[in-house]
Ligand binder design. Structure first.
Ligand code: HEC
Ligand code: HEC
Ligand code: HEC
Ligand code: HEC
Ligand code: HEC
Length: 232
């Protein structure tokens, strides 16, 4: 008569134990890796001066395009933060927008800055070390949405860093960019990108006949992996 359980199964509890143990080790290793300083920066959300600036109101509710304020992002390596002048256009009377009837304390700092000529000192959130260089214009022109690197900014009352900005993070996308490419006129349409594009499996994505393969083919160059592209 054959035994009910084959002999090798005697070792099963040991194997199971080893697997569980291995799992624990993986978790510990994972924590170790992600707890290194470069990953702490995810979620970095400094307190801004005065009443701050609310993207959820301006880019979300009012539907303002990112480029209204970050106006250099298509032409320059550097994405500028707007000057007081840009805010003053709407808040010149010290009101919440041109249509508002009464003045509001919350926007007084904009008039103060405008009248004194002293810029508002926004605290910087996303920052690479000086030895690494990042071109905004190239990414925007290639169809990489702000969403892929900054998260759902249009839904953030206060901006928080969404990604590690580590070298591994840059290279992960450079090796497989197709997942992140969106039709070029949608780069700043963050809600559309999140809901309609990123929520669809890559193979099923297409809008007005534009597919991820076509977007990949339209790249000016392949994303670089050689050191001198980012370190010079
Ligand atoms: C009405 C002007 C305005 C609009 C529109 C706007 N922003 Fe901003 N943005 C600002 C200001 C002012 C700051 C600096 C204060 C802060 O960080 O909240 C800023 C900060 C940021 C930062 C963080 C900068 C840093 O220090 O690292 C990111 C990223 C950003 N904006 C992305 C976007 C994106 C993406 C959109 C479009 C969905 C957008 N912004 C729309 C005015 C604007
Ligand atoms: C295109 C017009 C426009 C521009 C440009 C604009 N704002 Fe506003 N902002 C508004 C309107 C309208 C509201 C009121 C929206 C609401 O309460 O629904 C508002 C509200 C605010 C508030 C009050 C937010 C709150 O918590 O209730 C602050 C603070 C503010 N803006 C700061 C800024 C700053 C700083 C800039 C420049 C970086 C800026 N705004 C540029 C139209 C604008
Ligand atoms: C491929 C990734 C990527 C994309 C796409 C991207 N950014 Fe950035 N952004 C970064 C990185 C990295 C930094 C930090 C750059 C540095 O320190 O040199 C940054 C910094 C910024 C800053 C802060 C600049 C400063 O001096 O305070 C703003 C504002 C900003 N981005 C806005 C945008 C907007 C708006 C878009 C979409 C039109 C966008 N970014 C698209 C990666 C990206
Ligand atoms: C979400 C995807 C994505 C991320 C994240 C990303 N990149 Fe890119 N990058 C691209 C694509 C796509 C291109 C190719 C653009 C082209 O040439 O058409 C590119 C091109 C570049 C180039 C080449 C510019 C040129 O003139 O050819 C540099 C430099 C670069 N990236 C630096 C960085 C750095 C530094 C980071 C991290 C801080 C980063 N990228 C993160 C997608 C990404
Ligand atoms: C796509 C852009 C990109 C390329 C290509 C790239 N790097 Fe980096 N590298 C970065 C960024 C961004 C950082 C900063 C990471 C941070 O802040 O944690 C960095 C950081 C580093 C550091 C500092 C230590 C660390 O890991 O944080 C070294 C060393 C380095 N890179 C070497 C290299 C070498 C060698 C190559 C070529 C094999 C290379 N890099 C290619 C973007 C790049």
């Amino acid at each position: 008569m054959k035994p009910l359980f084959p002999k090798w199964m005697n070792t099963l509890p040991t194997v199971a134990f080893a697997l569980v143990n291995g799992g624990v080790i993986l978790v510990v290793a994972g924590m170790w890796y992600y707890a290194t300083p470069k990953f702490w920066e995810v979620g970095y959300m400094p307190v801004q001066p005065d009443s701050g600036f609310n993207h959820q109101i301006h880019a979300g509710k009012l539907g303002m395009d990112c480029r209204y304020c970050h106006s250099h992002v298509e032409e320059s390596w550097h994405s500028n933060v707007p000057s007081t002048q840009t805010c003053y256009g709407c808040h010149s009377e010290g009101k919440l927008g041109p249509q508002a009837s009464a003045t509001d304390e919350k926007v007084q700092f904009i008039r103060d800055s405008y009248e004194s000529g002293k810029p508002i000192e926004w605290r910087r959130i996303h920052k690479l070390p000086d030895y690494a260089h990042f071109p905004h214009n190239v990414h925007v022109a290639a169809g990489v949405s702000c969403y892929s690197c900054h998260g759902q900014i249009a839904g953030m009352p206060v901006v928080a860093q969404a990604e590690s900005l580590s070298m591994a993070w840059c290279l992960d996308c450079h090796r497989a960019p197709e997942e992140h490419l969106v039709p070029k006129d949608r780069v700043t349409d963050l809600y559309w990108v999140e809901r309609e594009w990123m929520n669809t499996p890559v193979a099923d994505r297409s809008v007005e006949g534009v597919t991820p393969e076509q977007l990949l083919d339209s790249l000016y160059r392949n994303p670089p992996e050689h050191c001198a592209a980012c370190h010079f």
